[in-house]
Design a protein around this ligand. Structure first.
Ligand SMILES: NC(=O)c1ccc[n+]([C@@H]2O[C@H](COP(=O)([O-])OP(=O)(O)OC[C@H]3O[C@@H](n4cnc5c(N)ncnc54)[C@H](O)[C@@H]3O)[C@@H](O)[C@H]2O)c1
Length: 246
């Protein structure tokens, strides 16, 4: 029970990695505030405080942390798993609106959630923020320029926050998943391509260890980075990618 008596906000909780992360933290005795746009997995996830919110909306994000304060009074950690993909598309065919949407969900949401979480982490005399980015920020693929830019910004933001918050005992780290076995993976396929073929031919075969990353791998990494075992780890980027970044 590594999280007994501790409270965590986990975003993207209805998605592949988010669901696995919620389950892992519940197993370890955490109180979990599960956040997503909507839920069809409440019965699978079990005993959480569910909050349906759009993470790009300032007022809705404030609402999430108001609920946390009301219910628990403090926070031990925030794990930002939510994100959206980009279908591989040449930049000449990407609209400004598409770029802005990806940046809003994958970057602005980190700013909004971190800003609201920090006072609650301070009340707790410290804690952690873990942001899920992507190994593609280190090893890009063609056609994913907007998504990759958003994940690069997530890393820079996390490191900036790590140094800003260190004196408060608040750690900020990043996980870079490699190609992972969730619904999102097929969404990186170019229009008109077969998503299953792309998953196998482009993604699975690109992983040196030979298999797609499992959502549970990311959950375990998030648990480690949120735990006392990582008490001296901040500003770090943990690759959970089967060697894809090599
Ligand atoms: N699947 C992969 O291969 C892969 C690889 C590298 C990084 N990642 C990153 O891992 C994270 C989790 O991805 P996943 O594979 O579990 O994807 P997923 O699509 O299964 O889950 C993402 C979740 O984020 C939620 N979400 C999206 N926009 C939101 C918003 N505005 N407000 C609230 N919730 C919102 C979705 O509803 C969804 O439940 C993402 O940040 C993704 O970019 C995924």
């Amino acid at each position: 029970m590594r999280c007994e008596g501790q409270t965590f906000v986990i975003t993207g909780a209805n998605g592949g990695m988010g669901r696995a992360t919620v389950s892992r933290f519940l197993e370890e005795g955490a109180k979990v505030v599960a956040v997503d746009r909507s839920f069809d997995t409440k019965s699978v996830l079990g005993d959480c405080l569910f909050v349906e919110a759009d993470l790009t909306d300032e007022e809705q994000v404030k609402g999430i942390f108001a609920k946390v304060e009301e219910q628990y009074g403090k926070l031990d950690g925030l794990i930002n798993v939510a994100g959206i993909a980009q279908a591989a598309t040449p930049i000449t065919e990407v609209s400004l609106l598409q770029w802005e949407k990806i940046m809003a969900v994958n970057v602005t949401s980190l700013f909004l959630t971190s800003r609201e979480a920090l006072p609650l982490l301070e009340k707790n005399d410290g804690g952690s923020i873990t942001n899920v980015a992507s190994i593609s920020a280190v090893r890009p693929r063609p056609g994913l320029q907007s998504y990759i830019a958003s994940k690069g910004a997530a890393v820079a933001f996390s490191k900036a926050l790590a140094i800003e918050c260190a004196e408060k005992g608040i750690r900020v780290n990043v996980i870079h998943p490699g190609p992972a076995d969730t619904n999102m993976l097929g969404q990186f396929a170019p229009a008109n391509a077969n998503a299953d073929d792309v998953k196998e031919e482009t993604f699975r075969k690109s992983v040196p260890l030979g298999q797609l990353i499992q959502p549970e791998d990311i959950a375990n990494a998030a648990l480690y980075l949120s735990s006392n075992e990582a008490k001296n780890v901040t500003g770090a980027v943990l690759h959970v990618d089967g060697g894809r970044g090599l």
